[in-house]
Design a protein around this ligand. Structure first.
Ligand code: PLP
Length: 387
């Protein structure tokens, strides 16, 4: 263990199962460790580094803003937040954006909007948000309550009331829950990322959208892991021809700086008024300037390249010895291996490739622009680690 690891273990709360490696620098899809070794990055900082580490255009946007106006508070208008909100609305057809700093906050805002909308329309007893079993929506007490995985709940009772979980892809269970309860919102991830990189079926997503529309229930899509180009569309819901009422997004939007955003359709965009919600750091000019440089580059040609890279990984791994299945969408990939996933991830790291796990799978969320030659090298390593 090197000195960074020793210091961290002594002073940083032990909430993370860290890999046995300290990183000291990065550029694009490469990282360098305190061991002096170079690593190909298939983690993307868990889907955050959209254009890799220390991307030049992002650095330029961020540093320029940093020396112009670093923070001012939400008592004043600032250009980067206004401009980023406009860009996001233009790309999605949404009407307004609330900015926060994290994933969980982006979901919290969506839940607050759905609850207020439904309480005003259907009465104060209409507050239950329907989410899916095996979902993951964050770690604050309310986002945890939304998360449909009991093992996260056990130690933190009582949770926020008013969340109901139905099995993913079970259309009948969804219909039954909506008929039996007063539902204020339906929230889902199009691909359950932390749940094991499991895409929902198009039928289930479209049924949920239809029911939500027919019954005037706000539909919330958690695009935290799937969003900002990750699946080959700007947002994953765009694969399914649906139009959500609320979209929560973070991770890849910031390209490396913390930002959360909740996109609101016209139907719900004026639900929250002055004082109903807020955030000290939300819409920080530096984070927003970085995000603008990310979003501006996500055109159709770029998204087609994301799809091409995802297809390349799938064809490199599907049917390879030791690989049982490959799931996911675009550059969000889950690999069920014969060996335990943690063993495969360790073997890859020893050979200079960084990967993630999700449940029992090896998970890949590489930078969206990872060069094809690095990807080919990484696939050779991954295949040999699966043997
Ligand atoms: N929602 C989704 C879909 C996620 O994938 C994650 C994290 O991976 C979260 C919410 C929560 O993120 P955080 O742990 O940063 O709050």
């Amino acid at each position: 263990m090197d000195s960074i690891q020793v210091l961290d273990q002594q002073y940083v709360a032990g909430t993370y199962r860290r890999q046995d490696l300290a990183l000291v620098s990065g550029k694009g899809s490469l990282f360098w460790g305190s061991d002096g070794k170079q690593y190909i990055d298939l983690t993307g900082g868990i889907g955050v580094n959209s254009f890799g580490a220390c991307d030049d255009a992002w650095i330029q946007a961020v540093t320029q803003q940093l020396s112009t106006l670093s923070h001012s508070s939400n008592l004043f208008y600032t250009q980067p937040a206004a401009q980023l909100a406009q860009l996001l609305c233009q790309k999605t057809g949404m009407d307004k954006v609330f900015f926060s700093n994290s994933v969980a906050e982006a979901n919290e805002c969506a839940f607050k909007v759905a609850r207020k909308y439904s309480a005003e329309k259907k009465g104060s007893d209409c507050y239950t948000i329907l989410t899916l079993e095996n979902s993951f929506h964050g770690r604050t007490i309310t986002a945890l309550s939304a998360t449909g995985q009991d093992h996260y709940h056990r130690l933190f009772q009582p949770l926020t009331p008013g969340f109901l979980h139905v099995p993913a892809n079970d259309t009948q269970a969804l219909i039954q829950a909506v008929n039996q309860h007063k539902i204020a919102g339906i929230a889902l991830e199009c691909v359950q990322g932390e749940g094991g990189v499991l895409p929902l079926t198009a039928e289930f997503i479209q049924t949920a959208a239809t029911i939500a529309q027919q019954q005037d229930i706000p539909l919330i899509i958690d695009e935290v892991q799937t969003g900002n180009g990750r699946t080959g569309k700007f947002y994953a819901y765009m694969h399914y021809g649906i139009q959500p009422d609320l979209v929560s997004t973070a991770k890849g939007l910031g390209g490396g700086l913390p930002i959360g955003a909740t996109l609101m359709s016209e139907k719900v965009s004026s639900v929250l008024g002055p004082g109903d919600h807020g955030s000290t750091y939300g819409g920080n000019p530096v984070a927003c300037a970085g995000a603008i440089s990310i979003v501006n580059r996500m055109d159709e040609a770029f998204l087609a390249e994301v799809t091409r890279r995802g297809d390349y990984i799938r064809s490199a791994l599907t049917g390879a010895p030791g690989v049982l299945s490959v799931t996911g969408l675009g550059l969000m990939i889950g690999i069920q291996t014969e060996k335990p996933a943690a063993e495969v991830v360790s073997a890859c790291r020893e050979q200079g490739v960084l990967c993630l796990t999700a449940k029992t799978k090896v998970r890949l969320l590489p930078p969206l622009n990872i060069p094809m030659d690095l990807l080919a090298q990484a696939m050779d390593v991954l295949r040999s680690a699966c043997l």
